[in-house]
Design a protein around this ligand. Sequence first.
Ligand code: ADP
Ligand code: MG
Length: 600
Amino acid sequence: MSLALEACRDGSETLLHGEFGAYPPKGTRFALSLTWTELHIQRLVPKPDSDHRTVVRLVDVVGCHTLRSHTLTDRSAYFCIYTYPLKKRKVAVGSGRARQRTARTFQVDNAECYAGNQTIAERWAAAIKCLVLGIPISSETEITCSLLPRPRRLLLLLNPFGGKGNALQWCQTHILPMITEADVSFNLIQTERQNHARELVQSISLAEWDGIVAVSGDGLLYEVINGLMERPDWEEAIKMPVGILPCGSGNALAGAINSCAGFEQVLGQELLTNCTLLLCHGAVSPMDLVSITTSSGSRSFSFLCVAWGFISDVDIETEKYRHMGPARFTMGLMVRLASLNTYRGRLSYLPAPDSVAHRPILRSITMSANGSLPFQRMPLHRTISDMGLCEKRHAFSFQGVEPADEPTLSPNSPPSSGFQPPNFNFETLPEGLVADGKGPRLANPTVVTPNTSSTRCIHGPPDHFLAPLDQPVPKSWVTVEDDFVMVLAIYQTHLGADLLSVPFACFNDGLIHLCYVKAGISRAALIRLFLAMEKGTHFEQECPYLIHVPVRAFRLEPLTRKGIITIDGERAEYGPIQGQIHHGMANLITGIEKAKITTF
Ligand code: ADP
Ligand code: MG
């Protein structure tokens, strides 16, 4: 293997090298070297005593903008890199490390004229953005903005009542600033009621969007996925990348995405910052869906789990304590343990072939995150957009303020679309600089009108593994009739952001992980299992009451008259229920491929 190729593989190849000033200009100069995974910054002037260099990990970068001075006689161009590295906290909480925003601006002044410096600044910005987005470049690539795709357009659907009701505030303090720095265009719509998101995604023009993101808990994403499956063009529609920014009380999928990126298990704003960072990186991975049918004939598509017994009891009985956030589950767990119920039922399943039901070893890398970011606080309204998109009935009244990345002075400003952006100015540009207009372009105004019809017509591929619910299961299936404490059919690693229930699951392993706990388990053993689940070590206890079977399809027939069944944390009709896997049917925005994460 050539040295260059080897360097390229291990990420150490230098893609760009340059010497720049800093902004604000204090006479300091830096040498910058960009590799596949890192930006190395070495101070040249004043010369430091030691050979110390700052290393910026590109995993922590969300974007890079080019800027120019307000003073038109300044021939320099500038580029600013937005990063969210892990920093030591003053007061140690948890891991003691949290993400903090850092914006570094460099002055390009090597060329005689502004145009020459601008070309260099754009080359650096383009290279950094390519690496953040996973677009392959090498030292031989001629790096220009033309390598970059057009800015992504995301539809953000926000449930203002999810979790502790923080979604709107966190959107303003965490999400919008970061995605603006990442050149992501967006339209944010607050849901007004249950199933609003479901109706919205049924009627939108999908060609307008590169992704639909639920800013809430898992319940809102369940609505989005089923809304897509209710469309006549479901086969295309379900390929639309979907994402989640955790602002609910049940943030299982966000926990799974966070863990898949190799980040340390965190909660709250730290989890949100990690997930927003990943969303900015944008990698998409196929995700299995499970088609669920109930005895009334209803069919829905689930991405997380079907639960019966202990888990669904806790989930639904603590609904009224939503304001407590995820703590509601801990409290509910304790209350339910005190009055432990068992449920009689028949559980049938189609075991997965051995070759696919292996347990891969997980790589665990320790990181943590935090969210207190120094952004301006501006009021957000029901519908907000940087794209001129809004829901007809709730058009946002824009204030007509120039956004920071639409410069007044720059000759590169995009043509006016007649649309006035909202009155938020997240880009904290260094004083005296303006963006040079190479940021996201505004899309043509579109109107999103919700389809208020309440008809549900779920489409989807046929369920080849399933027999109708009123007929016996196929002969190749296994049936267990027993008393259960809980039955959980789960297809993600996480049941909650801090409940690593199936550490060896993958987004698209083609498996339903059927986990059940049989009656007879002591309360102490059950507590031990749940405590161990925080780290995902519960299977190591080899508790004889806990069974795990990887399956392709399952049927659950409750024989106890009363109980609660949930699908993705949402209450479903109580009675016989069955489901089968549909491999890699959806696309999930997971952010960073593991290969890009460097250990440290
Ligand atoms: P949490 O994790 O806190 O449960 P979810 O995203 O799961 O948050 O949402 C909880 C429920 O709220 C879901 O059933 C969802 O469909 C519903 N929902 C969504 N938007 C609204 C709204 N505007 N008002 C009331 N309920 C809503
Ligand atoms: Mg929920």
